[in-house]
Ligand binder design. Sequence first.
Ligand code: SF4
Length: 368
Amino acid sequence: MDARPNLFGLDRAGLEAVLRELGQPRYRAGQVYGWLYAHRVKAIAEMTDLGKGLRDALAARFDLRWPEVSHRERGADGTVKFLFRVNAGEGQPASTIESVFIPDERRNTICISTQAGCPLACTFCLTGIAGYRRNLAVDEILGQVATVMDEAPRDGKAWNIVVMGMGEPLLNEAATFPALRVLMDPKGFAIPPRKLTLSTVGILPALERLAQEPVRPNLAISLHAPNPELRRKLMPIEEKYALHDVLDAAERYPVPRGGRATLEYALLAGVNDQPEHARELAALIAGRPFKVNLIPLNPAPEIPFAAPGERAIDRFCAILVERGVTVSVRRSRGQDVLAACGQLHLKQGEALAIRRRTPPAPPAPPAS
Ligand code: SF4
């Protein structure tokens, strides 16, 4: 691998420092920033409004690289799943992460990862089952978006970014926050905040800090159960950040343009998809500014749960609607390309041990 540091991934302040060292005026940093994140050039030589001397000086010190795509799978519905190879760090083997391109009639969505693996061990999630490697760096997060945009059809549709791939983004605040700023910067990727959604289990201190950011994305909370007891069985993080506290924090979160936070609820047959669960969920959020996204499980041999039947999904949805809850059902896209988080990564046979099929012990408390 190239030993030069990566220019891609530096924020404005970082670029200003680099250009200052090269004896350049401050506005040059803005030019380089635009080439990296608005134009998304793949080589310093393509930054054509910089003099050749400056381009050569930058190229002598820095590489410009996006993460390497190790595999792509294209589905019949246009979904493309990307597997990226990322360096695992000193003395460790390379790891892989996933991103998904999901086109529909009105918009193109990119789902990105923030960690290689995930330490939170949710029992219905392949990424959690496969275990944790490390946090991603800013260039690895932004590089997923740049790569998918570069390979997508030039169809003029609006972009939608969801931070819902591998990992818990609020356990990687140091890279996730700077990446969000560049994504939403009108002079960067220029994604409107309401078109960018961060999904979290509710790491409360980091969620409070995200709420203080000058520009914030939409928020989705991984809820998956209507009460703490059931959530604890599905999501060990409930021990540290309890459902009621997470909902209170989500209610306080300043969603862009007065929208509403989404509660994500994976439907697991016979576990959390019964009428009493729907009634309990409706009562839990009655009068609160949330909408619910139901996600029927995308089954896999490694996941110890089954997908609900259509009748159970319809019944659950109807009970919520009757009680005035705004609800949507996320129909699985790209099942033929294994689009559920962690599936392609596991299929590619990376040497991450599948640790268990029974619910795990609670994880070590996240550093926060
Ligand atoms: S659902 Fe999200 S937080 Fe839970 S293990 Fe999977 S990636 Fe991690």
